[in-house]
Write a protein that binds this ligand. Sequence first.
Ligand SMILES: [Zn+2]
Length: 135
Amino acid sequence: MPGRKPLPHPDDPMVAAYFEHCAAGKLCFQRCTACGAWRHVPRIQCAQCGSPDWEWAESSGRGKLFSWTVCHQAMHPGFADEVPYAVAVVELEEGVRMVSGLRDVSFDSLALDLPLRVVFESAGEGVSLPYFTSV
Ligand SMILES: [Zn+2]
């Protein structure tokens, strides 16, 4: 019997804010206010210039497929109903790369630089998670 998927319950306020933006249907990343570099996952300091100053900025939600794998075995019971499924590394227009899942994309169409756009899917308990679909 399939279990429930684990949901994010971040203790870190920066990570919690990332998921609050997702719940509002916005894909937001940190942007350094000193040098303008975007970053993900949330962290306290810019890896480009070392500045601790940053702001939340909304991504266009558009990007391209940087890498992927197709999982044929569920490593958690909550994913048993979804195998096989693709796990993707998506490079957003802002230069940020993130790991996500794909929706409504056939495995046959997977190719480097495949244009993608974000979609949000409710995971329950007020949590929405970002996935990507082809443009
Ligand atoms: Zn910076």
